[in-house]
Ligand binder design. Structure first.
Ligand SMILES: Nc1ncnc2c1ncn2[C@@H]1O[C@H](COP(=O)(O)OP(=O)(O)OP(=O)(O)O)[C@@H](O)[C@H]1O
Length: 268
């Protein structure tokens, strides 16, 4: 575990005895802030993800995210350069130092194409999709599932190599549900940690006696492929219109619901 962290000046931090300069804010996730920092020694850029831990459970979750990164050494899974825990005024933050991927997320690339009225060529879709599959396979081969695969959680390197990120929702692939209380716990967890428009149907209404496994990722993978082809996810419109994604996912095929929503939005 990382240690020896201090704030040396307003604009620099030290992790594992190495100093990093703050450059700019990059993004804000649902559970974290991400800043761009530069290594004082190596001159490289890194993304510093600061996860706010409100309680012991939050600290445990952040620690799990660190362990998930450490479990993999795969070209399609984001590696972890360093890690530290910062305690301030009774609150704690877990800091994850990650290699900075300058091209940003797959979603930002798709958004730009959509804004230009362009599309992604099939060969490019297949190249990116293959890399995502390889990263996912590495996770599944170790008996884990990502659980929050979506275009904003795939970073693209300059050569379009996809890198899976945000391992904060990852857990053991096989979850045996025994009884209604356990089913509700899994369902509530999924509602918090698995993005609604990419969430597999079995996580919306978890049955009292069932096995949840890595197939949840395969559902999300299909939604990501759809998004690369259509420049929006199959349930994005349903979500934007405020309709029930849970119903759309469980009762209708995505293509059907997407086509219906498109028709509706054209009518209005
Ligand atoms: N290594 C990186 N290189 C470049 N950008 C990054 C990197 N890590 C994170 N980001 C940016 O920060 C955003 C938020 O990061 P991340 O998804 O890990 O946070 P989160 O709090 O778990 O977010 P979410 O609510 O989407 O689950 C990403 O969508 C991406 O734009």
């Amino acid at each position: 575990m990382g240690h020896a962290l201090c704030i040396c000046s307003r604009s620099s931090i030290t992790i594992d005895n190495k100093r990093y300069y703050f450059i700019q804010k990059l993004d804000e996730g649902g559970f974290s802030y991400v800043d761009l920092v530069e290594g004082a020694q190596d001159g490289r850029f890194y993304a510093l993800k600061r996860i706010l831990c409100h309680d012991r459970e939050g600290r445990k979750e952040a620690q799990t995210e660190v362990e998930m990164h450490r479990m993999f050494n795969h070209p399609n899974i984001l590696s972890l350069t360093g890690h530290a825990v910062m305690e301030r005024g009774g609150k704690s933050e877990a800091w994850l130092l990650l290699p900075y991927i300058s091209k940003g997320s797959l979603w930002s690339v798709l958004e730009k194409l959509r804004d230009k009225g362009s599309s992604m060529p099939e060969s490019r879709i297949l190249h990116i999709f293959r890399g995502i599959c390889e990263g996912l396979k590495a996770i599944h081969d170790k008996g884990y599932a990502h659980r929050d695969l979506k275009p904003t959680n795939v970073l693209l390197e300059e050569n379009d190599k996809p890198v899976l990120m945000d391992l904060g929702s990852m857990n053991k692939a096989r979850i045996e549900v025994k009884g209604s209380r356990e089913a509700m716990t899994v369902q509530d967890w999924a509602a918090q940690r698995c993005t609604i428009s990419y969430r597999a149907p079995e996580l919306f209404n978890v049955e009292s006696h069932c096995i949840i496994d890595e197939k949840t990722d395969i559902w999300s993978l299909g939604c990501v492929l759809y998004c690369m082809m259509m420049l929006e996810g199959p349930y994005d419109l349903v979500f934007q219109k405020g309709d029930s994604v849970a119903l759309a996912v469980q009762n209708r095929s995505p293509f059907h619901s997407h086509a219906a929503s498109l028709k509706d939005s054209r009518r209005s």
